[in-house]
Every structure is written in C-alpha cells, then in structure tokens.
Design a protein around this ligand. Structure first.
Ligand code: GRF
Length: 215
C-alpha cells in the first residue's frame, strides 16, 4: 500500500489524546483519518479533528432508545466514509455483537491495562490496589467479549512507590501514544489481521500478550 493510504475512522468520547497521536503520526505514515466520530457532542477530540480539517460526526447515544439503535446509526455513519479500519480511541460505549459482526476483524481498541487483567474501567486504581509491580497498555481486536478480543501488542510501565492512579495513568498514556499509531500502521500495511479469533502478524499467530513492545 504505497500511494493509497489505508482509510480509518476514529471513534472517541472525550479528550482524544490518542486521536492526537494518530493525527500526528498519520502525516508521515501509511494511514489517513477519514473521519472522527464521537458519541458525546462536547468531546474535546472533535476540536482536535476540526483543527486538522478532518470530517467529524456526533452520534449522541442519549438520543437513542436502545443500544442496538445507537449501534446501527453509528455503523451507518462509519460506512459513509468507507474505512478499512475502525479505531476506538477512548470510546466509552460498549458495542453490541451486531456491530462487532458487521465490522468483524476491522475494529481495534486500546485499553489501559495488561489484558486479560482489569477489563472495564478504573484500571489504574485496580492495579494499585492489587499491589502490582507493573502495569501498562494493550491494543486488541474488538470482539463481542468486552476488552476480551485477541491482544496485538502490549507495553509495560513500572508501578512506582507512592504512585497515585493519576500518576500511573499519565505514565501509561505516554506509552499509549506510541503503541497505537504503530499497530494501526501494521494493519494499514497489510501485516496484521484477525483470523479465527487470533491476532496474526506477518503470518504468525501472536501469543496471548501480543507483541511486547518494550519488555
Ligand atoms: C485512554 O487511557 C484509553 O486507553 C482509554 O481511555 C483513555 C482515553 O484517553 N480507553 P484519550 O481520550 O485518548 O486522551
């Protein structure tokens, strides 16, 4: 994939610092952000996209009666841009199996823990409460299993004495901004795919931890 870039749609709900990392790296990479879609009208990430003339859409989940109706409108909005890949970047809605099947193997998520540890929310506090010595970030394919799809890559950070959840979150976020553009570019170059529920990179099935970026 040389002259043609892989088109991606990024889904956000909030600040969008991962979106910013993707915007910055897309300038010199093999993917192009075709659109940014938020389920929250006031997500700061929308302003980041507008600043770079990236089309935006808001599909506000509060205006739908059911999860399925929201998922279906979201899917339609995504398809308008005909992306090869959908990238969840701080998107705080659970997607139902119909959505997941519709875009099977074409949805990535970033999660701030070393999966399978701590799916769901409050991951940093949970790592501190458990007395973990290391914590980190995972990028995985999205399946109908919440934060349970095959892991593509992980990066670890140490948990330091006297860390608060905020300090730990900031340390993890720095790594998120490096690992996510890297994984998206693997997908964009055709090196990465999901096959029979496994993450496959360069024709090799990845282990449950995915690629460990900095051991
Ligand atoms: C990140 O920690 C991401 O892993 C999690 O939500 C946070 C979003 O941050 N899913 P941002 O909106 O990208 O700044």
């Amino acid at each position: 994939m040389e002259a043609t870039h892989c088109h991606i749609v990024v889904l956000i709900s909030g600040n969008g610092s991962n979106l910013q990392a993707l915007i910055d790296s897309s300038l010199a990479s093999n993917f192009k952000i075709a659109a940014v879609i938020s389920n929250r009208p006031n997500a700061f990430g929308l302003q980041r996209a507008e600043r770079d003339n990236i089309p935006t859409r808001v599909i506000d989940h509060t205006s739908f009666d059911s999860r399925d109706a929201f998922d279906s409108a979201l899917g339609d909005a995504i398809e308008e841009f005909n992306p090869e890949l959908i990238v969840l970047a701080g998107f705080m809605r659970i997607l139902g199996s119909e959505f997941v099947n519709r875009f099977e193997g074409r949805v990535l998520n970033i999660h701030p823990s070393l999966l399978p540890k701590y799916p769901g929310i409050n991951t940093h506090q949970r790592a501190l409460d458990a007395g973990d010595e290391e914590h980190g970030v995972s990028v995985h394919f999205v399946t109908a299993d919440l934060d349970g799809g095959p892991v593509i890559a992980q990066e670890r950070v140490p948990v330091l004495k006297d860390d608060t959840a905020e300090m730990l979150a900031a340390r993890v976020l720095e790594k998120e901004h490096l690992v996510y553009p890297k994984v998206v570019s693997w997908y964009a170059s055709g090196r990465l795919e999901m096959q029979e529920g496994n993450a496959v990179l360069d024709h090799e099935v990845l282990p449950p931890t995915g690629v460990i970026i900095h051991p």
